[in-house]
Structure formats: C-alpha cells, structure tokens
Design a protein around this ligand. Sequence first.
Ligand SMILES: Cc1cc2nc3c(=O)[nH]c(=O)nc-3n(C[C@H](O)[C@H](O)[C@H](O)COP(=O)(O)O)c2cc1C
Length: 193
Amino acid sequence: MKILTVFSHPNPDSFNGAVLNTIKDTMSGRGHEVKVRDLHKLGWNPILTSGDLAKLYSGSVPDDIAAEQAEVRWADVLVFIYPIWWFERPAILKGWFDKVFSHGFAYQQTKEGTVEGLLKGKRAIVITTSGSNEDNMRENGVLDSINTCMIKGSLGFSGIQDVIYENLYAVPTVSDEERKGMLERVKSICEKL
Ligand SMILES: Cc1cc2nc3c(=O)[nH]c(=O)nc-3n(C[C@H](O)[C@H](O)[C@H](O)COP(=O)(O)O)c2cc1C
C-alpha cells in the first residue's frame, strides 16, 4: 500500500520522531511504500492567504497546495503524527488541512446543500502524544475535541471514514519502559493494515 505520513513536530529527535521512525520502519518492513511529509523540514507555511483563497475560488491551485494534494492523491493511507498542543493539532498541521483539504479536492457541496467527501476509499491512522494522562484528557474534553475536529471533522467530512486513532499519554513523565511499550503499540497498529 502507499502510505503518506504527515509529521508535525519541530524536533526529529523527540518522542514523536521515534513514533515516525517506528512507523517508517514497520511499514517499509511489511512491503508498503512510505513517503514522509515533515512539515517543519519542508518549511510548510500554514497560513491560508487571501491570494490562496482567490486562486482556489477561481479554480486554480497554488503550487505549495498542489504539491501536497498530489501526495494525498497518491496515498492509500494517510498517517498523521503530532503532539497535542493546546488541546489540539499544532498550528502547522491545522494550516496544512486549511490549505490542502480544499473545496473541490477534499469535499464538495452538492446541489441538495449537503457535503460530499471526495477522499472516499482512503484510510487514516492518527497517532497523537500528550503531556496529560488519560483521566485528565477525558475530563477536560480533549479526546472529544480530537474526535470532533480531526476524526469526524477534517477526515470524516472529506470521506475518510476508516480511521484508527491512538493517543500516547503522559509521554514526558512515564518511564522509558512505558515509552518503549507505546512504540510497540504503534508497531501493532501498523501491522493491522
Ligand atoms: C505549545 C504546547 C502546548 C501543549 N499543550 C498540551 C495540551 O493541551 N495537552 C497536553 O496533554 N499536553 C500538552 N503539551 C505537552 C505535549 O503534548 C507533550 O509534551 C508532547 O506530546 C510530548 O511528545 P514529544 O516529547 O515528542 O514532544 C503541550 C506542549 C506544548 C509545547
């Protein structure tokens, strides 16, 4: 399968970087074709400008957006790896969705006033990491917010219904052994494909 991994952490040596390496190694070891979009390394500009909007509304696609859309089109499976920052996606990733999942590419309005997802058939894996533990994440509604905004919102709205989601909790404070166990969980998620 063709796997597009969108990585949204500024430091490749972080725990998120270890998750990325685990996914790359496991997926390629299983014969999948893996591409990585490291948004920080790419210098991705997350701001959807008035110029971008004008172009998109007039039916043309700015070059940086077209390049990402080509990668999404190529992929069977989209994998997102990111830390929870302020209850949600880091801005660089939110801006990737703002720009790349555009009207006419990821979804379209129907004549009946409903929305049709255009990325039907693709699958997604979302791996997040948090400073908080599971009880805290549930209590403060972060898991609900990820479900609403990322899983149902950006992905579901665009027709991607088959989503595996896993959060790795309290990453900075758990033991090395527990972090190793988390990477084993990530491996087993890859093996489900
Ligand atoms: C700007 C910023 C905002 C953060 N907001 C949250 C948050 O809302 N909830 C949470 O549990 N952790 C939060 N954290 C902690 C990170 O999620 C955590 O340190 C990270 O997932 C650990 O992975 P890493 O070592 O790869 O960075 C935040 C960290 C930063 C830098």
